[in-house]
Design a protein around this ligand. Structure first.
Ligand SMILES: CC(C)(COP(=O)(O)OP(=O)(O)OC[C@H]1O[C@@H](n2cnc3c(N)ncnc32)[C@H](O)[C@@H]1OP(=O)(O)O)[C@@H](O)C(=O)NCCC(=O)NCCS
Length: 244
């Protein structure tokens, strides 16, 4: 499980080490070589409340509250933001970036009311591309010419975008950190969100009404929710379903 939280002074040591990774220097604009001073200045900058809303920034932390990486949503035009992320070298390949990107994007859609979140990376950054893909972004096959500023130079880049519906499609995985709904339960929840009765759901999914009742009971237990209405509201808030 990963958590997103604000950067704190106790992150400085691990953040400094993470910033010194050659892959970070290669693909991001972080100062290189990266020093403790840079980490300190970064924390000061991104935790400034005025700056924070222009570029919501989180530390990705594990359950022991250790720094695992960072994720940002840099505001672009009204209704749009660009996501950036990095993960500590020794923790890569465990799905941390993907989970963090989904959480940040879900927050961006619900709290900032963003319409679209974009992603750009230097050509060849296969790991970042895979994260964008796994997070539900539509990664385009074309190249955007001079679309990315990298160390003072405009570079050609890969690009992708994510709209709220894409995130819902990609949410069968770990964004919702509570008990996972089964595929069938998600289908039932979608149908509940569409306002269907148990009988209608049974008909549309070709199952018995009793089976639907069992699924509804299980959904209410897992979310948890006291009523169908509450389950739908929670499902929408958590990005598990949407109102149609
Ligand atoms: C890009 C980065 C954040 C990925 O972090 P991560 O936690 O290892 O990513 P995940 O574990 O969530 O991996 C997601 C997917 O990427 C794939 N992946 C990871 N590293 C990869 C690599 N080097 N090449 C190809 N695919 C890779 C994983 O297999 C996974 O695919 P799957 O969902 O099909 O299994 C990390 O490599 C990093 O910090 N790189 C340096 C900074 C950077 O490039 N940031 C992006 C700037 S836009």
């Amino acid at each position: 499980m990963v958590l997103l939280r604000l950067p704190e002074p106790h992150d400085i040591r691990t953040l400094t080490l993470g910033g010194q990774d050659p892959e970070v220097a290669r693909w991001t604009n972080l100062p290189s070589p990266y020093t403790e001073q840079d980490a300190r200045a970064w924390i000061m900058k991104v935790t400034n409340p005025v700056h924070w809303w222009d570029e919501p920034t989180w530390v990705i932390a594990d359950t022991d509250d250790r720094w695992c990486g960072s994720v940002h949503l840099e505001r672009e035009t009204e209704g749009s933001a660009r996501v950036r992320f990095l993960v500590a070298p020794e923790l890569r390949g465990r799905g941390i970036a993907t989970r963090a990107v989904r959480l940040a994007c879900r927050w961006g859609f619900s709290s900032l009311r963003l319409n679209v979140i974009t992603w750009r990376a230097l050509i060849g950054n296969e790991a970042a591309r895979a994260v964008a893909q796994a997070s539900g972004f539509s990664v385009h096959n074309q190249i955007m010419r001079r679309g990315l500023s990298h160390r003072g130079q405009l570079m050609d880049c890969w690009f992708a975008d994510l709209v709220p519906e894409d995130l819902i499609e990609a949410t069968s995985g770990p964004v919702w950190s509570g008990p996972q709904l089964t595929k069938r339960e998600r289908e039932v929840l979608h149908a509940m969100a569409a306002g269907l009765s148990n009988r209608d759901i049974a008909e549309s999914l070709n199952i018995s009404e009793n089976t639907v009742k069992n699924h509804v009971r299980s959904i209410l237990e897992k979310l948890p929710a006291k009523s169908r209405m509450e389950a739908v509201v929670k499902g929408v808030q958590e990005g598990i379903t949407r109102l149609t």
